[in-house]
Write a protein that binds this ligand. Structure first.
Ligand SMILES: Cc1ncc(COP(=O)(O)O)c(C=O)c1O
Length: 410
C-alpha cells in the first residue's frame, strides 16, 4: 500500500500551534466541526475566488460563457490535473462524484448476464447507481465482502478477485471508504485487474489530499471525485478522470450541444463542458483550492490531520469499548476515522432522521459528527481538517463520555 509519508505530529503540542490555520476559515464561533468528510467548509480564499468568478460571469455573461469559459476551464483543469497526476485533457469537471459515477454508468456497455463487481464498503448512492444501470439491461451487481478487521492488503485484493469472473465488466471500488474510513489498496486492485483485462472505476472523493494520488501511475480506467471535500473546493465541484481510449466512449449524464462554443477543434470533453447554461464558478475556484492546500503543504496536512484522527480513534474506542476496523497504521486510515459504538442502541439511517446521539451532540454541544449504521453496527465518524485541533477532540470525547450512557443498549 502507498506510504502516506507522515511526519509525526505531537498531539500534546501547544494549542496555538494547532490553531495556526483556523483563521483561514470563517467557522461559526462555538461550533466543533468534525464532519469535513460529509460536507467540507471552504476556506475564505476559495469562497472569495468563487464569488469573483460568479460576479464576472453575471457582469457580461456572453463574453464569459461564449468566449472566455473554455480557456479558463482548461487553465483550472491544468492546475487540478497537475495535483492529481494526469493531464488537463484526461479530466472533466463535474458537480460531484455522484455525477462522475453516473457518467461512467451510462458509458460502460452492459448486456444481460454481465456483472459489476463492488465491495461491501461502497457508498450507498454508488451501489444504487450501479444497481439501476444493471437492472435496466438484465446485468447484476456482485458484492465482495472484505474481511474484518482489515489487516492485510493481499487479503483485501483476494476477497475482491474471488468474486471476479469472465462476466465481470467493471470493478467499482472506493479509494477511501465512506462508512469505514479505510484506505483500500486501489493500486494493487488496478494491477491485478489489468492482468485479467477488467476495467476499474475508483470512487475517490475522500482520497484527494488525504492520500497520495497519481492517476497516471495508479492505472485505473475511471476516477470520480468531489473537490468540495478534502481539497476544500467550493460545494458543487468535482471531476471525472478517464483513461486513454475510454474517452471516446463517454456519454454525458445531461445531453446538450456536444461541441465547443468558442469554435475549438472537437474533443471528448465537449459533451461535458457545456451541459446547458449554468454557473461554472465553483469549477474555476478549484484552482484556488489546490493553491491553498499547496500553500500549507500536503505533508503538513496529512501529518496534522492524521495525528488528530489517531487521537480521536484511540480515545473514542476506549470510551465506547469498540473493536476497530483496521490496525493503528497510516496505511489504513488518514484524516478520517470510523469507530463502532457497540454499546449504544441502534436507530439510525442515512439519509433519514439522525441518531439521537448525533442530535444530542449537536443540540447540547454544537458538535457536528455523523452517526450511522453500517453492516448492523452503529458507527461514529470523525473527520479532521486543518481548522481542527486537539481541543475539538477533547470536546467530543467529553461529550461522548457524558452522552453514551444515556443512549446505551438496554
Ligand atoms: C465514497 C463516496 N463516494 C461518493 C460520494 C458522493 O459524493 P458527492 O455527494 O459529493 O457526490 C460520497 C459522499 O460522501 C462518498 O463518501
Amino acid at each position: 500500500m502507498e506510504d502516506l509519508a507522515l511526519i509525526d505530529k505531537d498531539i500534546s503540542s501547544d494549542e496555538t500551534d494547532w490553531n495556526e490555520h483556523r483563521s483561514a476559515w470563517s467557522l461559526p464561533e462555538g461550533v466543533t466541526y468534525l464532519n469535513h468528510g460529509s460536507f467540507g467548509p471552504a476556506p475564505n480564499v476559495v469562497i472569495a475566488a468563487r464569488q469573483r468568478w460568479f460576479a464576472e460571469l453575471e457582469r457580461q455573461p456572453m463574453d464569459f460563457l461564449a468566449r472566455r469559459l473554455e480557456p479558463l476551464l482548461d487553465e483550472a483543469a491544468g492546475v487540478l490535473a497537475r495535483f492529481v497526476g494526469c493531464t488537463a485533457d484526461d479530466l472533466v469537471f463535474v458537480p460531484n462524484a455522484t455525477t462522475g459515477i453516473n457518467i461512467v454508468a451510462r458509458s460502460v456497455d452492459l448486456a444481460a448476464g454481465d456483472e459489476i463487481l463492488l465491495t461491501d464498503h461502497e457508498y450507498g448512492a454508488v451501489t444504487r447507481i450501479w444497481g439501476q444501470a444493471c437492472s435496466q439491461v438484465g446485468a447484476k451487481t456482485v458484492m465482495a465482502r472484505l474481511p474484518l478487521p482489515l489487516t492485510s492488503e493481499a487479503d483485501v485484493v483476494e476477497a475482491i478477485f474471488a468474486r471476479a469472473n469472465d462476466r465481470t465488466r467493471l470493478i467499482v471500488v472506493s479509494h477511501i471508504a465512506s462508512y469505514t474510513s479505510v484506505v483500500l489498496p486501489v493500486a494493487a486492485i488496478c494491477q491485478r485487474a489489468k492482468t485479467l483485462g477488467i476495467p476499474v472505476c475508483v470512487d475517490g472523493p475522500h482520497a484527494l489530499v488525504q492520500a497520495p494520488l497519481n492517476l497516471r501511475e495508479l492505472g485505473c480506467d475511471y476516477y470520480a471525485a468531489s473537490c468540495h471535500k478534502w481539497l476544500c473546493g467550493p460545494i458543487g465541484s468535482g471531476f471525472l478522470y478517464v483513461r486513454g481510449r475510454n474517452k471516446s466512449k463517454m456519454r454525458p449524464a445531461v445531453i446538450s450541444w456536444g461541441r465547443s462554443f468558442a469554435g475549438r477543434p472537437a474533443s471528448w470533453k465537449d459533451e461535458f463542458i457545456w451541459v446547458g447554461t449554468g454557473d461554472p464558478s465553483s469549477y474555476l475556484a478549484v484552482a484556488d483550492a489546490v493553491r491553498f492546500i499547496e500553500s500549507v503543504g500536503v505533508e503538513e496536512f496529512r501529518s496534522r490531520t492524521h495525528a488528530l484522527a489517531q487521537s480521536a480513534r484511540n480515545r473514542i474506542a476506549d470510551i465506547a469499548r469498540s473493536e476497530l476496523f483496521t490496525p493503528d497504521d497510516p496505511a489504513w486510515y488518514g484524516s478520517m476515522v470510523t469507530i463502532p459504538l457497540p454499546h449504544v442502541a441502534r436507530s439510525s439511517s442515512w439519509p433519514g432522521e439522525s441518531h439521537p446521539l448525533q442530535r444530542a451532540l449537536w443540540e447540547e454541544h454544537q458538535i457536528e459528527t455523523p452517526i450511522f449504521e453500517w453492516q448492523d453496527r452503529l458507527c461514529l465518524r470523525v473527520s479532521c481538517h486543518l481548522y481542527n485541533s486537539p481541543a475539538d477532540i477533547d470536546r467530543l470525547c467529553a461529550a461522548l463520555e457524558q452522552l453514551c450512557p444515556r443512549f446505551a443498549v438496554e
